[in-house]
Write a protein that binds this ligand. Structure first.
Ligand code: DGY
Length: 328
């Protein structure tokens, strides 16, 4: 019996490709070329499975051109690159890569918060540029993390990881807002208090965004929300571009409406709003929150396991649209 055909749309760990090739006829993209939607659709012709990252869009137009596709396995926990309704309507299973990246991403969220509040990147650029001539009392004086109020918007697994770090490691007072409130047991474990979005914006000394991107969360933080924050506050986005109105944020940073921001994700990335590139009080990183070697390998292996589990036994590990499984 011939093996199912699978396309790995982006460069990936060679050992993961090797695992996949034990089960499938694999077409890969180890040169990591950037494919247009049209090219991706053309390459998907005749494939039963596709291994994607958060950069490849799987929507109705693409699915109409790939009638043999049965599964798209995302090497990401976020899946706003998938049109889930269109995939379900076409009987295409969607899977993501949750859990394996939670702690690594929470570590990074905290690192970005610390770099932002303590002005680490800005001061390093100053030193490298040869501008440091003497110690002075207010040189790159930032804000404290210990004992401050940590606000978290979006309290899923990663948000909870950040809350634990803040509350238990740094004695922070943690407040959060989420679509649904955590159980009392989880709130106690995270030492986190539920507040309205308005209270969160007003009270947080450091606000971290960890909510999924959807039409409902588009520009959840724009000019009006930034105006409600403390002028001394910092904002960190490790969720998705589009949750923050980057133009409004650049203006708020330039006008010192808030003190500083740390951004790992951007609207329209890899492009970055030019206004963000020219303000000093922002730390910018290229969507690397989950990028430790063991975690990226675990994410890739989970995407591969989903392809193998579904295409060889009908049993994916982390399905997103169970309705496709129910249909058989
Ligand atoms: C995720 O897993 O969603 C990360 O943002 C990587 O894309």
């Amino acid at each position: 019996m011939s093996k199912p055909a699978v396309l790995v749309a982006r460069a990936v760990f060679p050992e993961v490709l090797e695992r996949l090739s034990q089960h499938f006829e694999v077409s890969s993209n180890q040169a990591d070329d950037t494919w247009s939607a049209d090219e991706l659709a053309a390459r998907l012709a005749g494939q039963q499975g596709v291994f994607t990252t958060a950069s490849e869009r799987i929507d109705a137009a693409l699915l109409a051109r790939c009638p043999e596709l049965k599964i798209a396995a995302n090497m990401a926990v976020g899946y706003n690159n998938f049109d889930l309704d269109a995939m379900t309507a076409r009987g295409v299973l969607a899977t993501n890569a949750p859990d394996v990246l939670t702690e690594t991403t929470a570590d990074f969220g905290f690192a970005l918060l610390m770099a932002t509040a303590r002005r680490i990147a800005e001061s390093e650029h100053y030193l490298r540029a040869g501008q440091w001539t003497k110690w002075s009392y207010d040189l790159f004086a930032g804000s404290d993390i210990h004992g401050a109020t940590l606000g978290i918007l979006g309290m899923g697994r990663i948000g909870q990881g950040i809350a634990r770090r803040g509350a238990h490691g740094f004695g922070m007072d943690v407040i959060y807002h989420n679509r649904s409130r955590l159980t009392p047991a989880l709130e106690a474990e995270c030492k986190a208090r539920y507040v309205s979005k308005e209270e969160l914006l007003r009270q947080a000394d450091h606000l971290v965004l960890v909510l999924p991107y959807s039409a409902a969360s588009h520009h959840a933080i724009g000019a009006a929300e930034l105006a409600q924050m403390k002028p001394t506050a910092t904002l960190v986005n490790i969720a998705r571009g589009g949750i923050v109105d980057d133009a409004a944020l650049a203006a708020a940073l330039r006008g010192k409406r808030i003190a500083a921001a740390g951004l790992d994700v951007f609207e329209g990335e890899p492009a970055v709003h030019p206004g963000l590139l020219t303000v000093p009080n922002v730390v910018l990183t290229p969507h690397i929150a989950s990028a430790s070697v063991p975690t990226r390998l675990a994410m890739a292996n989970l995407a591969a396991d989903n392809l193998i589990g579904y295409l060889t036994q009908g049993k994916p590990l982390t399905p997103l649209n169970d309705a496709v499984l129910a249909k058989g």
